[in-house]
Design a protein around this ligand. Structure first.
Ligand code: PLP
Length: 424
């Protein structure tokens, strides 16, 4: 018996317990999703055995005829989905796609403008101890202190002052859409590259529910596993195949990586095919609608009276940022309380957060995984009400009652029905 349960019962137990955890809770981490079974199958396949350094038709290993086909499928699907002329589907992760962009377009010490981490930017957009912050001269831009939105006049003013070589549009925790045309104009005015990191909202772009940055940016990166709903990994796109293709390809391999993970590339191909379907569009529409339903409920007077608010007062995307600065709970306490209720979220700094990053005064709450699970308006209304009840009552919340309401939802919408993670 070579099954995981026979070979390694300890790991097998984790696989089973994690499946049970995912089934039994409401997953509301904005960067997570549930991959379709076809993606699990591709990612769990024998393609994991294959070395394929290089690119389709130009490999440094023999036996690549099958994996060449799958990488070509992934590339063609990515290009068609996002209206790009160039795609590189080899980055192992979002961070590695981003590292390749720096590597391809910049020299050590060049000036870069990205959104501050504390205002919703990503680590790879210039955080001090990330490779980006260590190797480049980072002049991060912040949010408008009054609106808590990205203010394109402020971005322009800063760009004129620091003359960056590259401007980054994109975020990890921000509830609004970006103005790519304005970013393009500013980049042109100061002679900077414009790189958009659409990791969070790529699924919305694919569904036509968010402006597509590809036409406005020199380079676009994304993860595949957030709203896009595929395997954990990254990719790079560009509207123009001639300008940066060679530099980007060689920045990924051999610049940043060795052999691509061909099982993951195959899983990406599957996810990108699914992302072109009507069912996917419907899912993304329910994702955005769900976030709006959360915003509406969390803006109600009973929630406001408990000192709980929303950053920017609402959302245009798949998440809301809850502001707990005036609540009795900090981000850590609220995350723990929701965890007890059966709702998984992450604490998150709010702009100008008075608390340290390990505690925070906020929560980031997203709807992509629940939309994938099948939730529509009625279920999101119930989820929003459970969240509101917990955040209003705080540590006095009736955890048992709320857990019961969560269980009714998870029972009604079974996840991976019939899937056995481990063969017995
Ligand atoms: N870019 C953005 C905007 C992100 O939010 C993230 C993930 O949190 C990444 C890149 C990095 O992706 P990964 O975790 O795959 O390295």
């Amino acid at each position: 018996d070579q099954s995981a349960s026979a070979v390694d019962p300890e790991v097998a137990a984790v696989l089973e317990a994690e499946l049970a955890r995912q089934r039994g809770t409401l997953e509301m981490i904005a960067s997570e999703n549930f991959v379709p079974r076809a993606v699990l199958e591709a990612q769990g396949s024998v393609l994991t055995n294959k070395y394929a350094e290089g690119y389709p038709g130009r490999r440094y290993y023999g036996g690549c005829e099958e994996v060449d086909k799958v990488e070509t499928l992934a590339i063609e699907r990515a290009k068609s989905l996002f209206d790009a002329e160039y795609a590189n589907v080899q980055p192992h992760s979002g961070a590695q796609a981003n590292a390749a962009v720096y590597h391809a377009l910049l020299s050590h010490g060049d000036t870069v403008m990205g959104l501050q981490l504390a205002h919703g930017g990503h680590l790879t957009h210039g955080m001090k101890i990330n490779f980006s912050g260590k190797n480049y001269d980072i002049a991060a831009y912040g949010l408008n202190p009054e609106t808590h939105r990205i203010d394109m006049d402020m971005v322009r003013e800063q760009a004129l002052a620091v003359r960056p070589k590259m401007i980054i549009a994109g975020w990890s925790a921000y509830p609004r859409q970006l103005d790519f045309e304005a970013f393009r104009q500013i980049a042109d005015e100061v002679g900077a590259f414009l790189w958009t990191d659409m990791a969070h909202f790529a699924g919305l772009v694919a569904a036509g529910l968010h402006p597509n940055p590809v036409g406005h940016s020199d380079v676009v990166t994304t993860t595949i596993h957030k709203t896009l709903g595929g395997p954990r990994s990254g990719m790079i796109l560009s509207r123009d195949s001639s300008a940066y293709a060679k530099k980007l390809n060689s920045a990924v391999f051999p610049g940043q990586q060795g052999g691509p993970l061909m099982h993951v590339v195959a899983a990406k191909a599957v996810a990108l095919r699914i992302a072109a379907t009507e069912a996917f569009k419907d899912r993304q529409a329910r994702t955005v609608e769900g976030a709006k339903i959360l915003a509406e409920r969390l803006n109600a007077p009973d929630v406001a009276a408990a000192g709980v608010g929303l950053v920017t007062g609402g959302t245009d995307v798949h998440l809301v940022l809850v502001d707990l600065r005036n609540s009795d709970m900090d981000g850590q306490q609220a995350e723990d309380l929701l965890d007890d209720v059966g709702i998984t979220v992450n604490r998150n700094a709010v702009p100008w957060d008075p608390r340290p990053a390990a505690v925070t005064s906020g929560l980031r709450i997203g709807t992509p995984a629940l939309a994938t699970r099948g939730f529509g308006a009625a279920q999101f209304e119930e989820v929003a009400d459970i969240l509101a009840a917990a955040l209003v009552a705080g540590r006095g919340a009736d955890v048992e009652a709320l857990r019961g309401r969560v269980k009714r939802l998870t029972d009604e919408f079974p996840l991976y029905e019939g899937l056995e993670q481990v063969r017995k």
